[in-house]
Design a binder for this molecule. Structure first.
Ligand SMILES: [Zn+2]
Ligand SMILES: [Zn+2]
Length: 120
């Protein structure tokens, strides 16, 4: 892709929920628990981690941060594994071929949702 004109970038939608692996000690913005190294967590790029306001586009987020939290680094809200399950961002999924069970956001081909009663 070529460089996008600024006007397009301004109305670009935020990516929403992404599932990440912790690379260091990060804190959950919801319960304050430390997300340990290599723990799975979710990041909601549409939500302000400080006041919980929800945005739709990149420019909304930029304006909000520059006006409300000029000292803060621009980022989304982090949810530890527990909070991700509570919010429903993460689900326990089983790979039908390998029978492996792991947390994920989406159910892909060859995967199925595991009954909630046995999720952590
Ligand atoms: Zn949490
Ligand atoms: Zn805010």
């Amino acid at each position: 892709m070529q460089n996008e004109p600024d006007a397009l970038a301004e109305t670009k939608k935020l990516q929403g929920i992404s599932s990440l692996l912790s690379v260091g000690e990060t804190k959950c913005d919801k319960c304050g628990k430390t997300i340990k190294y290599r723990d799975r967590y979710c990041c909601n790029s549409n939500e302000c981690p400080i006041c919980g306001v929800v945005f739709d586009t990149v420019s909304e987020l930029n304006i909000h941060f520059s006006q409300q939290h000029p000292q803060e680094r621009l980022r989304g809200t982090r949810y530890c594994t527990e909070c991700s399950f509570k919010t429903g961002y993460l689900k326990m999924i089983r790979n039908k071929k390998t029978n492996e069970i792991y947390p994920a956001i989406f159910v892909m081909r060859d995967e199925e949702l595991v009954d909630n009663s046995i999720s952590p």
